[in-house]
Design a protein around this ligand. Structure first.
Ligand code: SF4
Length: 191
């Protein structure tokens, strides 16, 4: 089947991202990670930035974080191939530091916002403070997590990134709560 114009543009964006040098993060990457998944997904997941395994593979949410996502999705009738999964910035920052505001602004204005328009998801899960601050303008994760925020005709959820469990055990329960809400909202989409 021929690809739609939107799917073709998503592929073009991915190609641009892979050779992008618009912000300093290109210097620290092995591979840029444009994002992956269904072109017209109902659900989009946006993390912060690629980690080590993503940087090496060029794919989002691989390794332990990917296994966690697969586990969370059990019983929903969806798997990760039904989502579009990406990050706020597409290149791994040195030593996994938090991306800086100019990097976030450059990457989102050139790539993420257009990806979101093209995929046109009904539900977007923002993982981590960087994504939540940039896309919803909230000051912290806690200001937004645990509820559904309607904006521009879409539902947004905010949660902790699953990777946080590896260095903050105390946040493990909150991660489980965030993904339980995601699961409930996914079930509503299917009705
Ligand atoms: S982080 Fe984004 S803007 Fe910066 S080099 Fe990578 S793709 Fe380009």
């Amino acid at each position: 089947m021929a690809k739609t114009k939107k799917a073709q543009r998503l592929d073009e964006l991915a190609a641009l991202i892979r050779r992008c040098t618009l912000c300093p993060l290109w210097e620290s990457r092995t591979r840029a990670v444009p994002g992956d998944g269904r072109y017209a997904a109902k659900v989009m997941i946006v993390g912060e930035a690629p980690g080590r395994e993503e940087d090496e593979s060029g794919k989002p949410f691989v390794g332990a974080t990917g296994r966690f996502l697969d586990h969370v999705l059990e019983g929903t009738g969806l798997d990760r191939a039904d989502f579009f999964i990406t990050n706020t910035v597409k290149c791994r920052p040195p030593k996994n530091r938090t991306p800086r505001k100019p990097e976030v602004d450059t990457c989102t204005s050139n790539y993420l916002f257009e990806q979101m328009e093209l995929v046109n998801p009904r539900l977007v899960m923002l993982l981590g403070a960087v994504a939540a601050k940039k896309i919803l303008g909230v000051k912290s994760i806690n200001e937004a997590r645990g509820r559904v925020i309607e904006r521009d005709g879409r539902k947004f959820l905010v949660g902790y990134h699953p990777a946080v469990r590896f260095y903050r055990e105390d946040l493990g329960e909150k991660v489980r709560e965030d993904f339980a809400l995601l699961k409930r909202e996914i079930r509503k989409l299917k009705k």
